[in-house]
Ligand binder design. Structure first.
Ligand code: TIU
Length: 225
């Protein structure tokens, strides 16, 4: 495949597959399973699970097509030295970041809850970016890794649409990357925020980039898009 061309909003998304990366954001147990960080914030995790199957299909097709695949994880050092007090105390959670929960210490690296879910687990050669914030560029080496590989275009999926996906999208857009967001490969605890976040991407002629879905992307990756 010499060119990736995907039906998308607000118009077709074209990229060079050798210069395109799939970025899977924070598909961790802490967000999509009960008893983790997402639940500690008062959320029902069920809506997030809708993104798992579309991401799995996308991941398989991306691997088969030889795209660079990058995974991110939100979390903190066990000593919490990279945890801003504002993030620790926001919302006054009963069980907050660093506290013991059913999947280990909430949002702490190395704990069971911090892990990417088994069905989307990284394989050898796929960089995993550990990030302390919502954006995947802030305080990480993601930008360096992308530039080393001469990546120009990003396909973004993961959770949650309006928080970590959008923050990363905005960081990437300002760095000059062309970004495509998957509507069914992203999800929010709040369906209305999911819809609004996607609409924000494509408004104003694609102010932040493009939106498509996993079926269109998989078809394009398989050469019949
Ligand atoms: N709370 C929420 O919607 N999201 C986060 O805290 N992190 C991510 O989106 N990964």
């Amino acid at each position: 495949m010499t060119r990736l061309s995907i039906g998308a909003e607000p118009y077709r998304f074209n990229s060079d597959p050798a210069r395109t990366a799939l970025i899977i954001i924070d598909m961790q147990r802490d967000f999509v399973e009960p008893g983790g960080f997402g639940a500690s914030l008062g959320n029902d995790v069920t809506p997030l699970r809708r993104a798992i199957a579309p991401i799995a299909a996308t991941l398989a097709a991306a691997r088969a097509a030889g795209l660079l695949v990058i995974h991110t994880r939100e979390g903190h050092r066990p000593d919490l030295s990279d945890l801003p007090i504002a993030k620790k105390t926001r919302g006054h959670p009963v069980c907050g970041i660093g506290d013991a929960g059913p999947m280990g210490r909430i949002l702490v690296r190395g704990e069971p809850g911090h892990a990417i879910i088994d069905s989307l687990a990284p394989i050898d050669g796929e960089p995993v970016i550990d990030k302390p914030g919502k954006g995947a560029f802030y305080a990480t080496d993601l930008d360096t890794i992308l530039r080393q590989r001469n990546i120009a275009s990003l396909i973004l999926c993961g959770v949650t649409t309006e928080v970590c996906v959008h923050t990363t999208l905005r960081e990437a857009n300002d760095r000059g990357f062309e970004c495509l967001v998957l509507s069914d490969g992203t999800a929010s605890y709040f369906p209305q925020f999911h819809e609004a976040a996607l609409a924000m991407v494509t408004a104003q002629g694609g102010i932040f980039g493009w939106v498509s879905d996993s079926a269109a992307l998989v078809a394009a990756l398989q050469g019949d898009g």
